[in-house]
Design a protein around this ligand. Structure first.
Ligand SMILES: NC(=O)c1ccc[n+]([C@@H]2O[C@H](COP(=O)([O-])OP(=O)(O)OC[C@H]3O[C@@H](n4cnc5c(N)ncnc54)[C@H](O)[C@@H]3O)[C@@H](O)[C@H]2O)c1
Ligand SMILES: [Fe+2]
Length: 381
């Protein structure tokens, strides 16, 4: 079977990239923007940096901000109604994965109204039409939702987060401007950065990985592991590196999938509202140790990309341990906890079944089971 690669039509990288939004919107003949952003970003003035660019270019816009972290079906449905009322012709998504994913779901349903229940979009959604054109501006580094064909929505009623995979949701333009990420507090920088590392590592070892995506993932692991500590210290080189590294990880994993660290993180997000990056960071070293036996020599390359010395002199056991240790150490250095106090024994069965049903699970290099997932969750207690 041939390998497919899908990326943005256009992307801009570097400080000041947001100024290109006006040029792109005008070149594409857009008249009115539907701005999707969350309430905190509006309060912190992050959204305002972009709406100022729109104002200066005399591009009309309306803001939609009924978006919570781990966005819900209701956030999407209210957004669909607001989009119709706004009579906009494109979406400018400004925020982390939550704002960008909500924007994608809204844009998909506007173009494919038969999916207005949202739930029917789970998995590979058979939509017929490309979504409303999206210009995506990430403010975390990050989910890389600006360059992925995925979005993740929470079903509050059923306590599930579900992944939707649909090439029709790919933003036409991504604006990756590290200045938009500079206001992130330490904890958020650490968590979202570990999410990006999880994308790079799970994407590198996932079943469908191949030479081209390996290139993206190894480069992403290298950039993220050398930049994350600096980003958490709010240093420019660290912020610049994370903006780029998380995007490169997205270029890879979006095209090949992830693994059970994500399945388990989605479940923790749905049940305990655990921030996605924190959940990924806690799961990653545990899942890496579990998967090691099914990864050939890949952990040697992960360890090398993370700056571990003398990997070529190591035995298989040594370099596998070195890779897991390097990830664990980075996570500790940036202040991620290793235990989840909310986790309860009586929830384990539901958590494990839910993670097993997640769309990322089949891509995991090692075939898993509900029982194995239960044991992996137990390690967080
Ligand atoms: N589409 C994908 O491919 C993909 C990949 C991974 C994760 N996700 C999803 O993305 C969501 C998580 O997104 P996220 O981790 O980017 O966080 P988020 O969008 O949920 O935002 C978390 C919090 O950080 C704040 N914030 C964001 N940027 C900020 C900034 N620059 N300064 C100050 N505060 C800021 C927000 O206001 C919010 O309160 C989850 O729902 C996850 O499942 C999607
Ligand atoms: Fe993620």
């Amino acid at each position: 079977m041939a390998n497919r690669i899908m990326l943005n039509e256009t992307s801009y990288h570097g400080a000041g990239a947001i100024n290109e939004i006006a040029t792109e919107a005008k070149a594409r003949g857009f008249r009115k923007a539907f701005v999707c952003s969350d309430p905190d970003l509006i309060r912190f003035g992050v959204t305002g940096k972009v709406t100022k660019v729109l104002e200066d270019a005399a591009i009309d816009y309306e803001i939609y901000s009924d978006i919570k972290a781990n966005p819900t079906i209701e956030n999407v449905q209210n957004g669909v109604a607001a989009f119709k009322a706004a009579k906009a012709d494109h979406i400018v998504a400004i925020g982390g994965g939550s704002s960008m994913d909500t924007a994608k779901a809204i844009g998909i349903i506007i173009a494919n109204p038969e999916f207005e229940d949202v739930r029917s979009l789970e998995g590979v959604a058979p939509t017929k039409n490309p979504c409303v054109p999206i210009i995506a501006v990430p403010t975390t580094a990050g989910t890389a939702a600006e360059v992925t064909i995925n979005y993740v929505i929470t079903d509050v009623e059923r306590k599930r987060k579900f992944v939707c995979v649909d090439p029709h949701d790919m933003p036409v333009v991504a604006i990756v401007d590290p200045d938009m990420m500079a206001t992130m507090p330490k904890g958020l920088t650490a968590a979202t950065g570990m999410d990006a590392l999880t994308h790079a590592i799970e994407g590198y070892i996932t079943k469908a990985a191949w030479e081209m995506t390996d290139m993206f993932h190894l480069k992403a692991i290298e950039i993220i592991s050398r930049s994350l500590r600096g980003a958490v210290a709010n240093e420019k080189a660290g912020r610049d590196g994370m903006a780029l590294g998380q995007y490169i990880a997205g270029m890879g994993f979006s095209n090949v999938g992830l693994g059970i660290a994500h399945s388990m993180a989605h479940t923790l997000g749905a049940v305990y509202d655990t921030p996605h990056g924190v959940a990924c960071a806690m799961m990653l070293p545990i899942v890496m140790a579990y998967n090691a036996e099914c990864t050939g020599e890949k952990y040697r390359e992960i360890a090398r990309a993370m700056g571990v010395a003398n990997v070529d002199q190591m035995s298989v056991e040594e370099y596998r341990k070195a890779a897991v240790d390097a990830v664990q150490q980075l996570s500790i250095d940036v202040g991620i906890p290793t235990k989840l106090s909310a986790l309860k024994e009586e929830d384990l069965q539901f958590l494990a079944e839910s993670a097993y049903a997640d769309a990322c699970r089949p891509g995991n290099p090692k075939d898993t089971s509900v029982e194995d997932l239960k044991e992996l969750f137990r390690k967080l207690m």
